[in-house]
Design a protein around this ligand. Structure first.
Ligand SMILES: Nc1nc2c(ncn2[C@@H]2O[C@H](COP(=O)(O)OP(=O)(O)OP(=O)(O)O)[C@@H](O)[C@H]2O)c(=O)[nH]1
Ligand SMILES: [Mg+2]
Length: 396
């Protein structure tokens, strides 16, 4: 997968900006002997915001951007002027990106639609300047609030493709051939297993200019949940699909048995997948005659609708699309899809080379905090008399 452009799992280090410190400044000017505190507030630290972008379909740009740091807020300064807010960082991600805490595996947030903005890490609040702390009992507050610290977190971004129909089958079942015959997608097709190494989406045009999205994922074999074959890593791309289309080739020895194996692997990956509507297509049916088809028909599982198809001759493809369309628009599926709960990350999802990725965070630079020089205050504080008339009319 090293040379692949389809990246659906990245680990990055994010750090929001820290808040700027409030200023401890005292006003001084000619003919204004006791100007009083006038230190302004620190600026807010920058947020890290994720934004859905429908033109992106892989996390590849983030693979080369392992550190995402927002700007720090600037310190406040004299004359009650507030420091500048730190710069927010907006990170574009494909729709369907789910974010987990890399240390605990806990689900944090997700971005589903184009333009959706999700605040991943909040910037620290800026500290209040000393003029806020002026009171009748303390006219020379020599303190100001420091800014809130930055938040640092290692996160894992996982892409779960958003498609209406997910294709499930053993390697060589004809999944890619089907996608290429009913959509404009051109996945690689060959008569050896694991031709498809990464998921691919295709838009299936349907009657009356309607369309739906179909996802072709790498083949699944028995024991995939224990890591055999390509494992179950790609199954997350069908977690959000409304309908699962199982593909078993007509020349398989035991079609019902193959279907059961696939179903069991799915169940082990995520029991929630069992709630989805399923359709069974017997692929490569051009190899069957009527007699054989009738014989197979008797052995098929009865709890799932089925259809004999051939992606090569186009046999029953319209019927298949009708069945899929009906299932996608089935009210139950529409309710079920957005309600998916995200489990914390587990071993099924992990990508070793990503997990061994070691962070070398650059130390947070100490931004020049306003140093309050005691001597600077001079003597004037001493002659700050009790009955000092606060003529500035402050709101405090
Ligand atoms: N006769 C016939 N052969 C088919 C049909 N569909 C696919 N094939 C052949 O089956 C082989 C595998 O097809 P693919 O589409 O690559 O299968 P896949 O399920 O995507 O396989 P992986 O990507 O390896 O999991 C190819 O040699 C295809 O030409 C069909 O409808 N009829
Ligand atoms: Mg394929």
């Amino acid at each position: 997968m090293a040379d692949s452009n389809f990246i659906d799992y990245v680990k990055i280090l994010c750090r929001s900006g820290k808040g700027g410190a409030g200023s401890r400044h005292f006003h001084r000017a000619k003919y204004v002997p006791k100007g009083g505190p006038d230190g302004g507030d620190g600026g807010r630290g920058g947020h890290i915001i994720l934004r859905g972008n429908s033109h992106m379909w892989t996390l590849l740009p983030l693979k080369y951007r392992r550190h995402i740091f927002a700007g720090n807020g600037q310190s406040g300064s004299e004359g009650r002027s507030s420091g500048k807010d730190g710069e927010d960082v907006i990170v574009d991600v494909p729709c369907g990106t789910v974010v987990f805490d890399a240390d605990t595996g806990d689900y944090l947030c997700e971005v589903t639609y184009d333009g959706e903005e999700v605040k991943l890490l909040k910037g620290g609040r800026g500290g209040l300047g000393n003029w806020h702390f002026k009171s009748p009992t303390n006219r020379t507050p020599r303190y100001a609030q420091p800014g809130e610290p930055a938040v640092e977190k290692a996160v894992i971004l996982e892409l779960k493709l958003l498609a209406d129909v997910g294709l499930v089958g053993f390697p060589n079942a004809g999944k890619s051939t089907l996608l290429s015959s009913i959509s404009a997608a051109r996945p690689k097709i060959a008569d050896y297993p694991f031709t498809t190494m990464e998921p691919q989406l295709g838009i299936v045009e349907y009657r009356d200019k309607r369309s739906f999205v179909m996802a072709d994922i790498p083949g699944i074999i028995e024991g995939a949940s224990e890591g055999r074959g390509l494992g179950l890593r790609f199954l997350r791309h069908i977690e959000r699909n409304a309908v699962l289309l199982f593909l078993v080739p007509a020349d398989a020895e035991d079609i019902a048995g193959q279907y059961e194996v696939l179903l069991e692997e799915l169940r082990r990956f995520n029991p929630q997948l069992m709630d989805k509507q399923r359709i069974l297509a017997i692929s490569k049916s051009d190899m069957l005659d009527d007699e054989l088809r009738e014989e197979i028909e008797k052995t098929l599982p009865t709890d799932i609708p089925h259809v004999f198809i051939s992606a090569v001759t186009g046999y029953h493809l319209t019927e298949l699309k009708d069945m899929l369309w009906g299932a996608i628009n089935d009210e139950r599926n529409q309710i079920a899809t957005p309600a998916i709960t995200h489990r914390p990350l587990d071993g099924h999802h992990r990508v070793r080379e990503e997990d061994e990725f070691i962070f070398e965070p650059t130390p947070v630079e100490n931004d020049e905090e306003e140093i309050f020089d005691e001597d600077d205050l001079g003597d004037w504080e001493e002659d700050w008399d009790e009955d000092f008339d606060d003529s500035t009319g402050d709101d405090n």
